[in-house]
Design a protein around this ligand. Structure first.
Ligand SMILES: [Zn+2]
Length: 128
């Protein structure tokens, strides 16, 4: 099982990227960032005037329609993070890490870990 960036989006602007696209993505722990956002953030962090604008959150200057338009992007990013957690559990299961250990790490029972992740991954090995 391989974890890839295929089909992923930038967690900051929701632009689809990764293999098969012209958008480079980097990141980890489920969050991805595109090269455009990296460049924009880099420029902002080194520009005193631009940094002054970051003292307030952008949504404070957005209309209701603009805030609504961002909601699907937030949901797509959240779904991407959930998918990454499932991929990570798949990786652990491929390494023969038990459901008990996964549950203990998450602070839940073995059964709760299995119910949350196994049915979505096709792993029916509830006995491990
Ligand atoms: Zn981006």
């Amino acid at each position: 099982m391989a974890i890839t960036r295929e089909g992923k989006i930038c967690s900051f602007c929701a632009t689809p990227g990764g293999p098969g696209t012209d958008v480079l993505l980097v990141g980890g722990l489920g969050a991805q960032v595109c090269s455009t956002c990296v460049d924009d953030f880099h420029a902002t962090i080194h520009d005193e005037e631009a940094m002054a604008h970051t003292r307030t959150f952008p949504w404070e200057r957005m209309s209701d329609a603009e805030v609504l338009a961002v909601l699907p992007q937030i949901m797509a990013s959240a779904e991407q993070n959930q998918a990454f957690a499932r991929e990570w559990v798949d990786l652990l299961r491929d390494r023969k890490v038990s459901w008990a250990e996964i549950g203990r790490t998450l602070g839940v029972s073995r059964q709760a870990a299995w119910e949350r992740f196994a049915r979505k991954t096709g792993d029916n090995g509830a006995t491990a």
